[in-house]
Design a protein around this ligand. Structure first.
Ligand SMILES: [Zn+2]
Length: 166
């Protein structure tokens, strides 16, 4: 986990990570329901972890909704997904998620994120970086750190770059 920044954990992390790693992680109330459905035994063992259950503010839910609408990801996001996005905005945290749509929204909005499974890092894929300002597109193939963190700014105009796998 990332030190010094509040870590927000999606349900994949709650299911797959060792309990000790979850200590101090932030989660949203909706995940209780989700987990009880997916893995009731795991939900029980999570009572031993020092998770911080939070509800995001209405303002940040509005903000998360607006950003997801802009990126075209809103339709694919659940209420829990939106709450996690809102919470990470609220507490200026670092989101752990394997959901590609959520990762895309984070990258677009400058929210820090990492995958739950580090296995994905060795994958190769075709990728594209598109500038949100001038529209300049750079593409390539192979491993890239961009899939795990924010790709930075456009060399031409300084606007945010958006990463996507092609
Ligand atoms: Zn640009």
């Amino acid at each position: 986990m990332t030190m010094g920044v509040p870590n927000v954990l999606d349900t994949g992390a709650l299911i797959n990570w060792p309990i000790e790693l979850l200590d101090g992680g932030y989660v949203v109330e909706n995940q209780r329901l989700e987990l009880s459905r997916v893995s009731p035994e795991r939900m029980l063992s999570l009572e031993a972890a020092n998770l911080i259950w939070k509800s995001p503010t209405i303002e940040s839910i509005d903000q998360a909704t607006k950003i997801s609408l802009d990126t075209g990801d809103l339709d694919g996001l659940s209420e829990t997904d939106l709450s996690l996005l809102a919470l990470v905005i609220d507490i200026k945290g670092h989101l752990y998620t394997d959901d590609y749509r959520i990762q895309n929204v984070c990258s677009s909005a400058g929210i820090k994120w990492s995958p739950v499974e580090t296995v994905g890092i060795s994958e190769t894929w075709n990728w594209e970086l598109k500038c949100r300002g001038c529209g300049r597109v750079t593409s390539g193939r192979g491993r890239t750190r961009f899939a795990r963190e924010s790709p930075g700014e456009c060399e031409d105009c300084g606007s945010e770059l958006r990463f996507r796998k092609v």
